[in-house]
Design a protein around this ligand. Structure first.
Ligand code: BES
Ligand code: ZN
Ligand code: ZN
Length: 515
């Protein structure tokens, strides 16, 4: 998809279709819609008066216009975007996604988007619109040979009338990078287990590093053994596929190392390329979905992919432990005791609670590499879907400031997080009779006890944990995105890195608000 921006008039856009955001209960007689109404010979007014479109989120109205009228384009899509006061970056992104999906379905090849973030930052508007459009056109149909989505929006233009062209261009570029990185994560998450083994995942990470210029280190089994990562290895033992620990490093230009005591953000993601449950094997119903149990890891690689291109002034570390979780003659058995890299001993009660076992060593390794703040993400527990469904990602941790920042950054980009408590009482549930801790804490508070387990390895750093098991996969399509992998948290974390960059550059005001 070719991407352009324009500060000119929507009526002059040389495209097949123009998509315009319409606010709830907006009238055609005032503001920008008055122009659109005039350009369409009053058609917009008659649509709104008919009640066909009330401006509610997700509503659309589509019309063909006579050639030679008030607009160069001969098709117009009105897209409801909800309350004007609630219309921010996140809503612009959803508007753009809904517009391109709806127009693609009508075989439109060239589209101009009028996001109308009036009074907002034009650069942000362009970024959000492009990002939303790129995410909107993603389809997880790579392996289909019939009924594949063959139609494509080939040209996209984002129009913010009267804006600075340079701001629009840089916003659009940022939006493209972010959108493509979200889709990169979705693509990885969607791959069947056979095509996304730890080795292949590490190759994909290597490609990203080569293409965009990141330092990368992939630890193979001998090195993982040498590091003493017995917890990670206890999961990998059942599989014929060799485990990999990917380490991606982004350093701002001119910087070569992390000083003592310097702030260093690490992202750690669960990379179980297929989760059968191991000896504590899962029921076969829906087990095919467990190909996406590496989404946390894919999220980390996706974020690093964007970071390498956006080049923030702060260093970022990515750590992804990857392995299959398989039953076999070599697999860890319930009741076995394993030793993590930190020396802590773990009684493995249930081999299906493997995510926390690999994250334990990955978080410890991030600390060894100098991380001072760690955000880990994982499709960790079925329990989080019971608690929060597919609407909110569960967030827990030890650093309230970091947690609040993730929640706020998520809100800005349209990704919701809901904090669950992590009182020390919950840690009693993971006390073992024969070892330091055990890997499950009983039926109660499953998402919390999983986090309490990881907390054992996150001492001494500011830590937040994202349980994306409920939000990383969409069972149904939305107007603005396909069903399947959502790429959740990529945008939130990129927003967080951008904010911290601004703070590092001293741009943040004392009340904590950015810009
Ligand atoms: N990968 C699963 C969690 C999961 C379940 C993600 C369903 C997405 C959808 C994880 O490894 C797991 O199996 N967790 C167990 C933990 C239990 C054994 C304590 C679970 O949630 O049932
Ligand atoms: Zn499992
Ligand atoms: Zn799992």
């Amino acid at each position: 998809m070719e991407i352009k921006t324009s500060s000119g008039r929507f009526a002059e856009a040389d495209v097949q279709a123009v998509a315009v955001a319409v606010f709830k209960d907006e009238k055609a007689g005032e503001g920008f819609l008055k122009d659109v109404d005039a350009a369409t010979g009053g058609l917009v007014g008659s649509i709104l008066e008919s009640g066909e479109l009330k401006g509610k989120e997700g509503e659309t109205a589509y019309i063909h216009l006579a050639p030679g009228g008030g607009m160069k384009a001969t098709r117009l899509l009105l897209v409801g975007v909800g309350e004007r006061n609630d219309y921010k970056r996140a809503q612009v992104s959803q508007f753009a996604g809904a517009a391109v999906r709806s127009l693609r379905a009508r075989n439109v090849k060239s589209v101009a988007l009028v996001p109308r973030l009036e009074g907002g930052d034009a650069e942000d508007a362009a970024a959000a619109a492009v990002e939303g459009a790129v995410i909107g056109i993603f389809e997880p149909d790579k392996y289909r040979t019939i009924e594949k989505e063959e139609r494509a929006v080939e040209q996209l233009q984002v129009i913010v009338e009267g804006a600075q062209d340079e701001a629009l261009r840089s916003g659009a570029e940022r939006g493209r990078v972010v959108g493509e990185s979200v889709n990169f994560t979705r693509d990885l998450a969607n791959e069947p287990g056979a095509y996304m083994t730890p080795t292949i995942m590490a190759e994909r990470a290597q490609e990203v590093a080569n293409q965009f210029g990141l330092e990368i280190d992939v630890l193979d089994r001998p090195r993982i053994e040498k590091e003493g990562m017995g917890s990670f290895l206890s999961v990998a033992n059942g599989s014929d596929q060799p485990p990999k620990m990917m380490v991606l490093k982004y350093m701002p230009e001119g910087k070569t190392s992390i000083e003592d005591g310097e702030d260093y953000l690490a992202l750690v993601g669960k990379g179980i390329t297929f989760d059968t449950g191991g000896i504590s094997i899962k029921p076969s119903e829906n087990m095919e979905l467990m190909k996406y149990d590496m989404t946390g890891g894919a999220t980390v690689i996706g974020v690093m992919r964007a970071v390498a291109q956006l080049k923030p002034p702060i260093p970022v570390l990515g750590v992804v432990p990857a392995t299959e979780n398989m039953p076999s003659g070599k697999a860890t058995k319930p009741g076995d005791v394993v030793r993590a890299m930190t020396g802590k001993t773990i009684e493995v009660i249930n081999t299906d609670a493997e995510g926390r076992l690999i994250l334990a060593d990955a978080v410890a390794y991030a600390k060894k590499l100098g991380a001072t703040r760690v955000i880990d993400m994982a499709t960790l527990t079925g329990a989080v879907s019971i608690a929060l469904g597919d609407v909110n990602t569960g967030i827990l941790g030890t650093d309230q400031e970091l947690i609040d920042e993730v929640i706020e950054c998520g809100r800005e980009v349209g990704e919701k997080f809901w904090q669950l408590p992590l009182d020390k009482e919950y840690s009693k549930q993971i006390k073992s009779d024969i070892a330091d801790i055990k890997n499950v804490g009983g039926r109660k508070a499953g998402t919390i006890t999983a986090a309490a387990f990881i907390k054992e390895f996150a001492d001494g750093v500011a830590w937040a944990h994202l349980d994306i098991a409920g939000t990383a996969w969409g069972d149904e399509a939305k107007p603005f995105r396909s069903k399947g992998p959502t790429g959740v948290a990529v945008r939130t974390l990129l927003n967080l890195i951008e904010r911290e960059s601004e703070r590092a550059a001293g741009k943040t005001s004392s009340d904590g608000s950015s810009k």
